[in-house]
Design a protein around this ligand. Sequence first.
Ligand SMILES: [Zn+2]
Length: 290
Amino acid sequence: MNIIVRCITPIIIFFFSISFLSCATMFNGSQSGVQKLYIMDCGHITANDLSIFSSEGFYKGESKQLVDACYLIQHANGTLLWDSGLSDSLDGKGPVEAGGGAFTLEVKKTLASQLAEIEVSPEDVDFISFSHMHFDHTGNANDFAGATWLTSQAEYDTAWGPREVAEKLFFAPDSYSALKDSETITYEGDYDVFGDGSVKILAAPGHTPGSQVLLVKLKETGPVILGGDLYHFTENRTNKRVPAFNYDIDQSRLAIERIEGIVAKKDALFIIQHDKEQHAELKHAPEFHK
Ligand SMILES: [Zn+2]
């Protein structure tokens, strides 16, 4: 055998085996798709007059404790933060009244400290998206202005529309003002974040003009839907009750029908982001779901 061929053949075999191995690794999924879903405590909310959560007059004279959660999704090709909770600036201030006494808010643990605990800095977050732009979901948005903001066109238009209209819809423009200069992707309908179907934003308008929920396909847990404010607590999901303060009640009912159809078809775990009891049963950062 020619000396050059004798030298080159083992090299070719070596590289062939390496590429075969990396293909095999990709094939078994460890280098693709969603790696981890972290659930973080982003505040506590007491609804002092629960009747605002029913357009049909239920819950008169009742109050209820809710949670506010944020979610970090680590995918092989990037990191997405879904919702940013109440503002970390409320930390250490104790219970604070908001909405003319409708709500009492409290932050006991900052989002920043929970990210630091899992060794994620705001600069590591590639994408940020909000189920909707209510103040209890955009509290720390300005800390992630370096990320690419994924938003429905309708929510984007409301966020940057007339300030008094946005505020009337419970948006807090100062909490997300830094996103004005962020790289932004807007869309109508659904949006596939990583292009492989593993993390999909699903349109669910009604609570606000461009509300959305997030489908996350986890390898062990299976499909999970982070439900935004499609419902705020289990009783509303069971009875299909729509809050009186929703932007569009009829549209909300259509969104519920559509998303419940997807939940049933995929046999997905539906997470009610504000539900205190369900939240308590799930793993929290630094633990994660995979
Ligand atoms: Zn909310």
